[in-house]
Design a protein around this ligand. Sequence first.
Ligand SMILES: [Cu+2]
Length: 118
Amino acid sequence: MTTSYEQEYPSPEGKTMTKRILLTAALFLTTASTSAFAENFKGTVSDAMCGAKHVNASKEDMDCAKKCVLGGEKAVLIVGDKTYKIDNQDAVKDHIGHKVNVTGTLTGDTIHIDKVTM
Ligand SMILES: [Cu+2]
């Protein structure tokens, strides 16, 4: 009576759940080991079209950068001679053209911003 013998053991649902917990733990470990630490960046928020042209953050620069971003350009962060893309554009929408201190996580050439201060 193979059928009744199997029924005394944990149901298939039980096994699936254990697998799911293990999978979740594996995913968590992977995420934890690959995610970078938050870093500080000191730079100028500009737009993707003008880029480093607005690095001085003069009134003209701010006006132009704002116009460009409102016109659909993506905001970028200029740090030294590097231009970083910004993952969460909303974080800098009030700082277009400003010199800022940014705390965020860099992945490739894109920063996900946690905090912006002036
Ligand atoms: Cu511009």
